[in-house]
Design a protein around this ligand. Structure first.
Ligand SMILES: NC(=O)c1ccc[n+]([C@@H]2O[C@H](COP(=O)([O-])OP(=O)(O)OC[C@H]3O[C@@H](n4cnc5c(N)ncnc54)[C@H](O)[C@@H]3O)[C@@H](O)[C@H]2O)c1
Ligand SMILES: [Zn+2]
Ligand SMILES: [Zn+2]
Length: 383
């Protein structure tokens, strides 16, 4: 996959294969890879320092082809799922299990750690929408796919499942709580599903794409409402919660929201703020006084226009971060193996890697009832 500029990506057949550059590296031959809503922020040109020629993709599985001299846990032939965070495993932040905030893997930033395929603000690593990938710190996060686990479930454990789960976890959900999730993409749908695992009493999801709302009703067993049919989503949600507001709101939209003309113009046309923060604004205003706001949707530098005064005066607790995939994997592998979570149920499209340009176009335009597109590289079948 080769990024050529906003709204332009293509398959590049002449790219050199990656090599071991450090003793802790491994090279994996990709078996499955996914496109993420986060990749759309790159595709839409919203992420600073997204360089032409880079390869996206941070959700992939692969077979280890080669390991550096310092790698001890992995060997050639292991089939691994590779978490999207690149983590050194030994800095103070990794030691606190903040694997998304590793201090060593991203020389370009002091906030976020390194991610595969996520522009130079996340370290400039090439990603997994490819046939081969260089995986740094190979002993830390890559995890051998458990015996008996479907590869389509495994690939979703690299991001969407832990991210949706962490969104619910950060909500601090108490038994019986009303949880409102903004955004019925894969992350929001998974967050809504996971909210029940934490004891939610009522789960509501908000989007404007009817097919996604329908999907969420069935997959996440939740109420689902279309904000385009409301005069004001905040008033609608207040009314639905005895005018108190939700106990917990989850923003699973991020900086690429829609639904407010002023946000659209200042955020995406004039770039006076970092994207369109409509969902965050609604979430702040829909949560009850003293409630918790979990932000899992991605925002970037430098700032966004939201009502900080409401956060302060309502006493809202905000919890947010990139998902810490490695921290959550043991628990989530259990949930999947026991059948309590069904990740592959999110996959709606299976597309050859060679058709990556069409895949991005379809996902960005939300055509053909797309929820989660899976890419299958030619290397998936190579022995
Ligand atoms: N924190 C993390 O670790 C992490 C990891 C993965 C993804 N993410 C982020 O999570 C977000 C969702 O990811 P996804 O893959 O589900 O993306 P997606 O683009 O498939 O879904 C976003 C959904 O939000 C809806 N939406 C747009 N404006 C809205 C509004 N004002 N109110 C409610 N819904 C609105 C869209 O119609 C779409 O269905 C993205 O911002 C992504 O970058 C975060
Ligand atoms: Zn992702
Ligand atoms: Zn680290």
């Amino acid at each position: 996959m080769n990024y050529r500029g906003p709204y332009r990506v293509r398959a590049d057949k002449h790219r050199p294969e990656p090599r071991i550059e450090h003793p802790y590296d491994a090279i994996v031959r990709v078996t499955r890879s996914l496109i993420c809503g986060s990749d759309l922020h790159l595709y839409h040109g919203l992420v600073p320092d997204t360089r032409v020629g880079s390869t996206f993709g941070h959700e992939f599985t692969g077979i280890v082809e080669e390991v550096g001299s310092g790698v001890q846990k992995l060997k050639r032939g292991d089939h691994v799922l590779v978490p999207f965070n690149i983590a050194c495993g030994s800095c103070p932040f990794c030691k606190q299990e903040l694997y998304g905030n590793c201090h060593e893997s991203n020389p370009e930033a002091t906030a976020v750690g390194g991610f595969f395929g996520y522009a130079h603000i996340a370290g400039g690593y090439d990603g997994g929408q490819a046939e081969y990938v260089r995986v740094p710190y190979a002993d830390v996060s890559p995890t051998i796919i458990p015996q008996g686990m479907d590869i389509e479930d495994a690939v979703l454990l690299t991001d969407v499942v832990p991210t949706g789960y962490q969104a619910a976890e950060m909500g601090g959900i108490q038994k019986g709580d009303t949880v409102v999730v903004f955004g019925a993409g894969p992350v929001g749908i998974m967050a809504a599903r996971c909210a029940w695992l934490f004891g939610a009493g009522r789960v509501i999801i908000i989007d404007h794409l009817e097919y996604r709302l329908e999907f969420a009703r069935k997959y996440s067993y939740c109420e689902a409402y279309n904000f385009k049919e409301m005069d004001d989503p905040v008033v609608f949600l207040k009314k639905a919660t005895d005018w108190y507001g939700a106990d917990v709101c989850i923003d699973a939209v991020g900086c690429d929201a829609t639904g407010n003309a002023l946000q659209e113009i200042t955020g995406k046309k004039l770039m006076l703020q970092a994207g369109n923060a409509t969902a965050l604004h609604w979430a702040i205003n829909s949560v009850k006084k003293g409630g918790i706001l979990s932000i899992i949707g991605v925002y970037g530098p430098p700032w966004n226009l939201v009502s900080m005064g409401s956060v302060m005066n309502k006493g809202i607790t905000i919890r947010t971060n990139q998902a810490s995939v490695k921290r959550l994997l043991p628990k989530l592998i259990d949930h999947v193996m026991a059948g309590r979570l069904n990740p592959k149920g999110l996959i709606t499209h299976r597309i050859p890697l060679e058709e990556i340009g069409d895949a991005y176009h379809m996902f960005s335009a939300k055509r053909d009832n797309i929820i989660k597109p899976l890419l299958i590289p030619p290397t998936a079948y190579r022995a």
